[in-house]
Write a protein that binds this ligand. Structure first.
Ligand SMILES: [Zn+2]
Length: 69
């Protein structure tokens, strides 16, 4: 009987850890999605959701990505 309780506690502990981690990650993503990214070419600011990341740099649009120096 004690074994089952221990097993149950371990499962709950693992579930709790995963749930907390997932929750934390979602929260971080939510904050990050509101971050403003500076375009490497035209220096205008755009939200991370709209920005394009390529070659280690951020661009506000495909035009800036294609027309980069
Ligand atoms: Zn741009």
């Amino acid at each position: 009987m004690g074994r089952f309780i221990l097993l149950g506690l371990i499962i709950v502990a693992i579930w709790f850890l995963f749930f907390r981690k997932k929750n934390k990650a979602n929260k971080n993503n939510h904050i990050e999605s509101f971050d403003m990214i500076e375009c490497d070419r035209c220096k205008s600011f755009t939200s991370r959701d709209d920005a394009i990341f390529a070659n280690g740099r951020w661009y506000c649009s495909k035009e800036c990505l294609i027309n980069k120096d």
